[in-house]
Design a protein around this ligand. Structure first.
Ligand SMILES: [Zn+2]
Ligand SMILES: [Zn+2]
Ligand SMILES: [Zn+2]
Ligand SMILES: [Zn+2]
Ligand SMILES: [Zn+2]
Ligand SMILES: [Zn+2]
Ligand SMILES: [Zn+2]
Ligand SMILES: [Zn+2]
Length: 378
């Protein structure tokens, strides 16, 4: 097994010139496939994914360790229904919902072949071809040498904290067998050396090394590295540092205040004269911070303002349906979602708008996690 992160293996990655360029277009193909190659699950060839396509004479049902039901391999045609988000075409289901992979919580997309994914239709459980092949164990450095991680999942309604990006996930994640460390599969796939579009080559520093850069601020968001951080991406002389989550900021986001896709933008904002302000909080934006920017509307957004709303749940898959008889009619399944139907819970005064909610679309019912009796952070 290979270590995936840490100064120890960074030189080899640097020398072979195959640095991951962030932000990636597709997590599954641009981040997880290279990880599988480093883990020797896939051969180091251009068309690596083609080597893990099951042949047709194999059974059509696949038993998978991390899901209770057998999965089927779905092959989609070029005419599959998609929704365009930025530069990516994401596959949508019959209800027009975007289909998210239950491992990496990013869309099933049709950017490049092979056009297939694994599915449990009943549970709306989907996996990228790459994510289906994630190694069940690996060695990992999270500050105290190499520890053994094993792959697991807790379920749609049970979240795990990622010690790398500091967000929760309800997708697959690796748990350390030697300590309490946990990391989602997207973060586990991040290499020790990256190149960021902001034009810097950055090296992952781990554990006690992060303390040495703590006096510096993150070059993307401007915030410090609090004691929660075990990792930072830093330039050679540490004059440019990124929180792992900032290094992984998506290339393009959407926000209801702008009808266009918003690309990540970097200083200097020389095309724009005068001070710049965030459309969400209306505060001034520091001219040296990264932003999301719409050129058509000339609108800027603080990345932390977007982070607090849209990106905080970036690794959570919503949409799970369940019957909660003690809260609502048993013939009306509720949908686990980010509340959008009502401002407050139908059963108590708690605000459910843009928070965890269990909604029934047919009767304008929405209840909070407490009333539902479900603690996702348990
Ligand atoms: Zn995936
Ligand atoms: Zn299932
Ligand atoms: Zn993470
Ligand atoms: Zn550990
Ligand atoms: Zn940051
Ligand atoms: Zn716009
Ligand atoms: Zn309530
Ligand atoms: Zn109802």
């Amino acid at each position: 097994m290979n270590s995936i992160a840490g100064p120890s293996n960074s030189n080899t990655e640097q020398e072979d010139g195959s640095l991951i360029q962030l932000p990636v277009k597709n997590v599954s193909t641009d981040l997880i496939v290279p990880f599988l190659i480093r883990q020797k699950v896939l051969p180091n060839i251009d068309d690596a994914l083609s080597t893990i396509i099951p042949t047709t004479n194999q059974p059509q049902c696949f038993n998978y360790n991390h899901h209770p039901h057998p999965l089927t391999l779905v092959i989609f045609s070029n005419e599959v229904a998609t929704a365009v988000v930025g530069e990516q075409k994401n596959v949508i289901d019959a209800e027009g919902e975007m289909m998210l992979c239950d491992a990496c919580i990013t869309p099933i997309h049709k950017s490049c072949p092979p056009h297939m994914y694994y599915s449990c239709d009943k549970c709306k459980f989907f996996l990228h071809l790459s994510c289906y092949n994630l190694p069940s164990g690996l060695e990992h450095d999270h500050g105290e040498g190499l520890h053994k991680l094993s792959l697991g999942v807790k379920g749609a309604l049970s979240w795990s904290f990622c010690d790398f990006c500091l967000f929760f996930t309800n997708g697959l994640f690796y748990r350390c067998e030697d300590c309490s460390f946990q990391i989602d599969v997207k973060c586990a796939s991040m290499p020790a050396v990256i190149r960021h579009e902001a034009n810097r080559q950055l090296k992952l520093i781990i554990g006690r090394y992060v303390k040495e850069v703590r006096d510096f601020d993150c070059s993307a968001c401007g915030y410090t590295f609090s004691s929660y951080y075990r990792y930072a991406y830093a330039s050679e002389n540490c004059d440019f540092n990124l929180h792992p989550a900032c290094a992984m900021l998506p290339r393009i986001v959407r926000h209801k205040l702008d009808k266009h896709p918003l690309p990540l933008a970097y200083p200097p904002y020389s095309h724009h004269s005068g001070d710049i302000y965030c459309e969400i909080c209306e505060e001034e934006i520091h001219p040296k911070r990264w932003t999301y920017y719409c050129r058509e509307c000339d609108q800027f957004f603080h990345n932390p303002c977007l982070t607090q709303s849209a990106i905080e749940y970036t690794n959570i898959k919503f949409g799970h349906q369940l019957v909660l008889e003690k809260c609502h009619r048993s013939d009306h399944p509720l949908t686990f979602t980010l509340g959008s139907l009502r401002h407050t819970c139908s059963l108590c005064p708690k605000i459910v708008y843009y928070d965890i909610a269990f909604e029934c679309a047919s009767c304008y019912f929405s209840c909070c996690d407490t009333c539902a009796g479900i603690d996702v952070l348990e």
